[in-house]
Design a protein around this ligand. Sequence first.
Ligand SMILES: Nc1ncnc2c1ncn2[C@@H]1O[C@H](COP(=O)(O)OP(=O)(O)OP(=O)(O)O)[C@@H](O)[C@H]1O
Length: 703
Amino acid sequence: MSASSKEKEEAKHVKVVIRTRPTSEFANDEIKFDPDQKSLHIHIPKGSDGGFINNQQENWDFRFDNILHNASQEKVYDECGLPIIKSVMDGYHGITLSVLRPSTIFIYSTGTIMAYGQTGAGKTFTMTGATENYKHRGLIPRAISHIFREVAERPQMACTIRVSYLEIYNEQIVDLLATLPDAEHGIEGTSLAVVEDNKTGETNRSIAEHQLNKISTRHQQIPHILEQVIIALSDRKRDHIPYRQSKLTHVLRDSLGGSCNTLMIANIWGEKEHIEETISTLRFATRMMCFDAVALMKKYEREVRELKQELAMHDSLANRSHVQYESFGEAQRGELGKVVKAYLRDEEAELEFKLIYKALEQERDDLVTTIRKMAANGGAGVPGGLIGDKHDEVRGSKVLHEFDRDDCVGDTEASGFSVGLAPGNKELLYRSNIKKKKGGAVAMSRPLNGGPYHDEDDDFTYERDISSRQDMHNHLPTLPGKRAGSGKSTVHHAPAHHHGLQPISRAEEFENFKRGKAQKCTASSVKTKVPTYQYPTFTPKTPYPHKKKTASLKEKKKSAQTLAATLSDSKTQIDTLKSQIEAHSDVIIDEEEYALIEKLKSVKASYRENVEMLKGVRGEVGVRQKLMVEFEAWFEGNFGVGGVGGVEEGGGASYGEDLMDIGEKFDRLQLEKMSQEDPDSLPFYNARKNTKRMIRVEFISFS
Ligand SMILES: Nc1ncnc2c1ncn2[C@@H]1O[C@H](COP(=O)(O)OP(=O)(O)OP(=O)(O)O)[C@@H](O)[C@H]1O
């Protein structure tokens, strides 16, 4: 091994040097040194001293990098201080921080010497020395003068030398170089706190807190915490190193886990009465030596390599060749960062909401189109979006408020009115299909404005001139009054039709409508193109298959509202948890923070689940509502409002009662009544109703 590689090999671990305090009472019988200055042996015969320490063990053998027995201060510096300072000055353990020009390289170089041992063993003497005699100066003054000598010998280098002198006592760091006198306490020195500065990586981590001075540590402060750090560093299975548990280990973080230009001087007081402490110090020093950062790093690298091979094999067996395990590049890290940030900001969930919102906007636009069609069909007009109060006047007609009348519900006979208005002197064309069902049942739609009726398979066309609204009213079909066996009052409005035929109910019309696709059609004989609709011929197998579904629609509306409320609660919970987690600024996640993170995960999961459910429910509600509105448009356009709802069939609930909530039912009754008593206000009323319907759809969607 070359000198240089030997030097590097030796630099891998924390070096440990034993220094004995000179004493005339040295335990020569118990402590023996090998001539190589590296090994020492301790022998304590059993029972000779009451069996202290360990009455089973008699012999202890130790081996270190160096043993300095009765060594002078000069020798200690030459063998301990000088190599460290030299390597720092040579930049051997340096880290290049930045290169400004090819000729200028900034180097951050570190070296650490620490003293460890029982009280009075000579730590201060080793580090600082005795002030009364220059010859007895310690490592620190010698190192400082060495550094300045080295700098003077390297004129090509620009060196910045910073000195800090700290003492850690009772978990307080004291700046021993602080010169500001403390007026209150009359002492010098400033107490410091350790802070981390990840940006610069420099070791200057101290900030002033308050002033306090401690000149010397006269009490033994065995750093148990330091021991834990060393044990953790030596244990290759340990992930977490408890540096932060004490200020000492925090300050020494780089020295213990870094490039290991670190030397520990273990001071022992070799008198018989201190032999217990001596053995303890030597044990700890041995453990310190076992820590080998480079070997540890190599072991981890080997493990990572092996795991990667194993994964690659697994992936190829599972046909997953695209998986990447190498470190991400700058660009990939940037992209991933964005994804993570987006996830953390819940943009994903927001996006889902945006999609729902878009769908609902579309739905609303469709509704507006449908309403316009209603107006175009001569049905409910849209009075320029005006919504009046009870006494508002719109287009010369008194606007009726829902509560204007107190006789809204009742049995009203044969005086109905349809707002199926057509322009004067225009013709309406109604085209209907009447199909005979097998077995004689008839599924039918029918002409509304009069005209021939026949129950044959052929289509027929009915035409009639309508010159006035009243004329049209006079030709509206008759709707049935109270049906036998229904047990309920029903309102019907259209005058009895001269053909004497019973029109099919609204509920049946709806059933037929929803089962077929409404399509625009015009007949060849149409003089003016007024759109009307034709639904495909269909005979329901069961008389009222819509009942079950309408109940389901109500439930879905309700569950959509419940889900929306739950989501709102979850969002609040997520925000609260996030701010609680952010309040934990520690790098290490404690139990409380971990629990919060877990909770956040689960709330987010249920949030997403509910968003999905809400999308589904709203989709179904939207489809049903859209269908209803389209049917309304179709029905009112063709049959007029006078034919609307409240018609029971076979004792079953009517379309209106099944599909509508209480408010809608009330609207329906109001409309029916108005159509009889104040037909002029119907266009306004219809427009208002439809506007309210749209608002309701939006409310359900976004609440
Ligand atoms: N190698 C030595 N040569 C001469 N005197 C020494 C040596 N080591 C220690 N001493 C003397 O022993 C006494 C105690 O030493 P020192 O103060 O350095 O111990 P310490 O380990 O720093 O103790 P504490 O932890 O209590 O501060 C001092 O008077 C010191 O001068």
